[in-house]
Design a protein around this ligand. Structure first.
Ligand SMILES: Nc1ncnc2c1ncn2[C@@H]1O[C@H](COP(=O)(O)OP(=O)(O)OP(=O)(O)O)[C@@H](O)[C@H]1O
Ligand SMILES: [Mg+2]
Length: 314
């Protein structure tokens, strides 16, 4: 079983308008409300891959109820901790070519609620084979919280896949997760913190591996990914596609990694599968969805280019 952690989910509201302008008033052509959050995207893709998965995190107020109902409708098993404050909303204004987003800051989570989450999480970890931790932290939750979650999982010999940004990612890294999946921006901000290694990604990847992390998958959108393992270092080349909506491709990729690791794939096979999931998401209109029937065909178009050049790393 895989456990996904979404501490700061959201009700994602989108409005389609002809032309958006600052300071104006607009009537939307179409409007949609969905249960959002990076960890929920991962959960949905895992569900599509037919893997037993349970989603956890914080939910509160009417927005929390909405998300819970959506998950039930999608038959996603969940074990969220109820909080007093309301789960956030995120608003996207969609024009033909551009998208403007306003992300809610998230509720304040109280100390007892955090304690309640940790109790539930510790129990889930005992039954889990893998944990996927994704996204931002709501207010009140300490910045080093992911580090604690990674350590709790590690104590139960449970592998953690971490996909976050900023301080929660930098702190989470200190817990030594099994796999990291930063995108270029997240990686640069992670390395930029006093290391002076912004220009040297290979060196940065190696430094992360030296801390005990087993796999770093640096995803680069349409430019594929760089993967470093304990011994391996390679580039994943992706075919040129007509992307419908690449938002959530990283989340689909993380789900693909979790699937591959669960099935015991080697690093190359898992990389190809995870990449195919990312590409499939980019081909779909809906965020955090793939077409499972396409994965084999897409995988055949993904190429692994070794970068080790026979050199053994120190
Ligand atoms: N336009 C694209 N063409 C081909 N493959 C893509 C494209 N966009 C994404 N992918 C695939 O999905 C993977 C993850 O995408 P990306 O690097 O954009 O993740 P991300 O920035 O974390 O996205 P998000 O956080 O929105 O989920 C890429 O490594 C690639 O394999
Ligand atoms: Mg991402």
């Amino acid at each position: 079983m895989i456990v996904t952690v979404t501490l700061n989910p959201s009700v994602d509201i989108s409005y389609e308008v002809e032309k958006f302008q600052q300071g104006g008033i607009f009537r939307a052509r179409e409007s949609q409300q969905t249960a959002g959050g990076k960890g929920l995207n991962v959960t949905r893709v895992l569900k599509q891959l037919d893997v037993p998965v349970i989603a956890t995190g914080f939910l509160g107020g009417k927005n929390g109820e909405f998300i819970q109902e959506q998950l039930e409708r999608e038959k996603v098993a969940s074990s969220f901790i109820e909080i007093k404050e309301t789960t956030r909303s995120c608003i996207a204004i969609l024009e033909k070519e551009t998208q403007t987003e306003v992300l809610g800051p998230g509720p304040w989570v109280k100390e007892e609620e955090i304690k309640g989450f940790l109790e539930g999480y510790s129990e889930l970890v005992k039954k889990a084979e893998l944990i996927c931790i994704s996204g931002s932290l709501p207010r009140g939750v300490p910045q080093d919280f992911y580090r604690d979650l990674v350590k709790i999982a590690g104590d139960s010999h449970c592998r953690v896949l971490l996909d976050s940004s900023g301080a929660p990612l930098a702190e989470g890294v200190k817990g030594t997760p099994y796999l990291l999946k930063p995108n270029l921006e997240e990686m640069e901000s992670l390395l930029g913190k006093g290391t002076g290694k912004k220009e040297n990604l290979e060196e940065g990847l190696r430094d992360l591996i030296k801390t005990g992390i087993q796999v770093v998958c640096l995803s680069m959108g349409g430019d594929g990914a760089l993967i470093m393992g304990r011994e391996e270092f390679f580039r994943v080349e992706v075919p040129a596609i007509k992307a419908e909506n690449p938002v959530g491709s990283g989340d689909a990729m993380l789900a693909g990694w979790a699937y591959g690791l669960l099935k015991g794939y080697n690093l190359e096979k898992a990389s190809v599968f995870a990449t195919a999931c990312g590409i499939s998401n980019a081909l779909e209109k809906k965020t955090g969805r793939i077409n499972p029937h396409q994965l084999e065909e897409i995988s055949g178009q993904v190429k692994i280019v070794p970068l080790n050049r026979g050199r053994k790393r120190k």
